[in-house]
Design a protein around this ligand. Sequence first.
Ligand SMILES: [Zn+2]
Length: 213
Amino acid sequence: MIKLIDLTMKISRETPVFPGYPQPIIHRWTSLKEEGYYSNMIFMVEHTGTHMDSPAHFIEGAPTIDEISPEKFFAKAVTLDFAKKKPGEVVAEREVDDALNRLDVNPGRGWYILFRFGWDTVRGEEWVRYPYLSDGVAEMIKSMGVEGIGIDTPSPDIAPFNVHKILLPESIVIVENMSNLGMVVNRVFELAVLPIKISRGSAAPVRAIARLA
Ligand SMILES: [Zn+2]
C-alpha cells in the first residue's frame, strides 16, 4: 500500500523564523460574512517555514527559484538519523559515510539526502542553537552530485554559511525547516518538493511529501 507523509511545517503567526526575519503575517482579506468569499493576505520572507533555497540566495547571477528545473522537484530520498546531536554539535563526514553504509545506499544524481535532527518539535531559544553539517560533509555531498539536501533545522550551517556556499554553486538545492522526518528515518522513498514559482525568488515555500511504497 502506498503511504504519503507530509514533511512540511505549517505556516502561521507562530511559525519560528530565522533571527532577523519577521514573523509571518496572515491577515484576513475577505470573509464569508462580509464579501461572501473567504481569503487571506500573507506577508512573509521567502525563507519562512519549509522552503527551498535557490543558488541565487548566495551567488550573484545564479538561478533564482523560478529558474530551477522541475526535474529537481521529484527525487529519490534517504533520511539519515542524527537525532542524538545536541544544540550546536557538528555532523562529521565519517558519520554520514557510516549512516549511508549501514543503509547500503549510494545517493547521486536524482537523489536528495535528508538529515533528521528532530528539530521540528524544538521551539524557543534552543531552536536557533541547532546542530549542523561540517564543511567536509558539504564537500562529500558535492562530490556525490545529488539534486539537493533537506534538514529539519533552520539551516545546514551557521555563519559564514559554508555549506550553502559549497552546495549552491553546484545547483544542489537546500530544503530547510522540514517536518516529520522521524516518520521516514533510515528509509529510501520518493520525495516531492514543490516550490512556489516566485519571480526572481531567492527561495520559496514548498510542500514536501514522502511517498512510501
Ligand atoms: Zn533558506
